[in-house]
Design a protein around this ligand. Structure first.
Ligand SMILES: C[S@@+](CC[C@H](N)C(=O)[O-])C[C@H]1O[C@@H](n2cnc3c(N)ncnc32)[C@H](O)[C@@H]1O
Length: 268
């Protein structure tokens, strides 16, 4: 197995392999992330998914795309990006798991992954999983780069190319799971929530950032049409909380800003 998991001191992939449900006999880490998908044929991708897999979006995602689009969706009262990251670290209670193992689902270019790693004080491990090879290329580049974008906490970071709807990890292996900006893109978000539940240890925390359907019915209908065209699903204000409750999560918390919602919960 080669280097370049972005972590540094040891090879973080060696810590990832035991977390997988079916570790490959010959792990492909040629691109700096562990590739569990290989060549993929996705003829029915939505516009949003195609963008995520393009070579262009990862280049502007963190500096332009995310601040502008998420800013519009969150509205003027929403938290800025640093406040979002602080919320994730707080809701996942990273301070209580300094050597813990954390999963970042739909990690994109690794922006949240690195923010989580920076919040860990011990020799933890943060694993970012995403389906897009172009996003992961960027994540690897930005993570090995020195600050401001490199991981500057004590935790190691590793990236895995895998499907969020079929998380490639074993049962109850993560102390915390984050999924910001992903659920609304997935073909089957509830399969992803099932997966998050499965891979979390009992008592482990999960945090999500996703869309929220406007309450006005006319706008709500418009957002559904737009959703079908673009591939961005709008969730009802209670959908995710109910789904988590139904899967045995407790200590639910939710903050809504404009067309977005943050939801946190503890696995029972
Ligand atoms: C908007 S980015 C989110 C990046 C980061 N988490 C954030 O909050 O800024 C969404 C990511 O979801 C990934 N994605 C979409 N569908 C996926 C799937 N089925 N499995 C894994 N990743 C997926 C895309 O490739 C993209 O990188």
């Amino acid at each position: 197995m080669s280097e370049a998991s972005g972590g540094g001191r040891s090879n973080a992939f060696d810590r990832v392999l035991p977390l997988l449900d079916r570790p490959p006999a010959e792990p492909d880490v040629a691109h700096g992330y562990l590739d569990l998908l290989g060549e993929e044929d996705r003829p029915h991708d939505t516009i949003a998914q195609r963008l995520m897999r393009s070579g262009f979006l990862p280049k502007i995602y963190e500096d332009l795309w995310r601040p502008v689009l998420f800013g519009m969706f969150k509205g003027p009262l929403g938290p800025d990006i640093e406040e979002e990251y602080a919320l994730a670290r707080d809701w996942l209670d990273l301070a209580a798991i300094p050597d813990g193992t954390v999963l970042d689902v739909a990690c994109g270019p690794g922006n949240v992954t690195r923010a989580l790693a920076a919040g860990m004080t011990g020799h933890g491990l943060v694993v970012g999983v995403d389906a897009s090879s172009t996003m992961l290329d960027r994540a690897v580049t930005d993570t090995v780069r020195p600050s401001p974008r490199g991981a500057n906490g004590a935790a190691e970071v590793a990236y895995v190319r895998g499907d969020a709807a079929d998380l490639p990890f074993g049962d109850e292996v993560f102390d915390a799971v984050c999924c910001f900006g992903g659920l609304y893109l997935f073909d089957d978000p509830w399969a992803a929530v099932d997966g998050v539940t499965r891979v979390l240890k009992p008592g482990g925390r999960a945090a999500f950032l996703t869309t929220r359907k406007p309450e006005l019915p006319v706008i709500g209908t418009g957002s559904s049409v737009l959703g079908r065209l673009t591939g961005i699903r709008m969730f009802g204000a209670d959908d995710l909380c109910n789904a988590l409750r139904g899967r045995g999560f407790t200590a639910l918390r939710q903050r809504t800003y404009g067309l977005m919602q943050f939801v946190g919960a503890t696995r029972g």
